[in-house]
Design a protein around this ligand. Structure first.
Ligand SMILES: NC(=O)c1ccc[n+]([C@@H]2O[C@H](COP(=O)([O-])OP(=O)(O)OC[C@H]3O[C@@H](n4cnc5c(N)ncnc54)[C@H](O)[C@@H]3O)[C@@H](O)[C@H]2O)c1
Length: 230
């Protein structure tokens, strides 16, 4: 941020604003005043107004700031796009565990939102990641430039959910369900199936108990067939 004309103290506060605006956006809030931001973040309203004045014409007096616009602006400004944003659909047992696993720490991949159809889950958050209703999918993926989704819904709705994701603009699906999904050729689907991995491991233990040529760690469901034909 050194080349920007923004004071460093302001630059340091921008991620705080960004995170709070994400929360407001998650609960469907469209506008926020500097007084509201001030209460939530414990920053003086005059400081907030001054900080935002460095960013250009973002709000009007008495009207407050447009949450989506401000969020988009800050996201571009903070270069959040350098991180690959991902969404997760189906916040059940597996989905919740994946949301809790902090990909971001070790990789430039971030799950920005979860989606579910269960009203008890919508509007909550899992370790700071908001859970939205399915009808907000398109809006959220556009806002965060998301092209990749992790699919952890029950198998019986996997295909219809995948179709919905593709229609919303998703181009890559990491499929944890046992369903074999069909999608247009430009959409990439990767399947992750613990059962197959486990069966493969057991197969090798049973059939090649002391195979010295086997290379532990390099065998998985993808190469089982080839090796099994030997
Ligand atoms: N790949 C693996 O290794 C592995 C391991 C365990 C489970 N699974 C699979 O992952 C999936 C999820 O398993 P789980 O144990 O977390 O199930 P779960 O029932 O705990 O969670 C499923 C979630 O999907 C939500 N959901 C249902 N229908 C939906 C819809 N139409 N749109 C959006 N959300 C919807 C439910 O409300 C629930 O929160 C299953 O398909 C299961 O077979 C895979």
């Amino acid at each position: 941020m050194g080349e920007q004309k923004i004071p460093q103290v302001t630059a340091k506060r921008l991620p705080l604003y960004y995170r709070y605006l994400e929360k407001l956006h998650a609960i469907g809030k469209q506008r926020v005043s500097s007084a509201d931001l001030s209460d939530a973040l414990q920053i003086d309203p005059a400081t907030i107004r001054r900080d935002f004045s460095y960013l250009g014409e973002l709000g009007k007096k008495g009207y407050g700031y447009n949450v989506t616009y401000l969020l988009q602006f800050l996201r571009d400004f903070l270069k959040q796009d350098e991180v690959t944003n991902v969404v997760l659909v189906g916040v059940g047992n597996l989905g919740t565990a994946l949301l809790r696993y902090n990909f971001y720490r070790s990789h430039n991949t971030k799950i920005v939102a979860g989606f579910d159809q269960d009203p008890a889950k919508i509007g909550t958050d899992i370790d700071g990641i908001p859970v939205y209703s399915m009808d907000r999918l398109q809006e959220v993926i556009q806002l965060h430039n998301v092209e990749v989704a992790i699919l952890t819904v029950p198998v019986n709705v996997a295909q219809s959910t995948a179709q919905f994701l593709v229609e919303a603009g998703i181009r890559g699906i990491l499929n944890f369900t046992p369903a074999r999904l069909t999608a247009p050729p430009q959409v990439r689907i990767h399947n992750i199936d613990l059962t197959i991995e486990l069966q493969t491991l057991i197969y090798f233990l049973k059939n090649f108990p002391s195979d010295e040529e086997a290379e532990p760690g390099e065998t998985n469901a993808l190469n089982m067939k080839e090796t099994g034909e030997e």
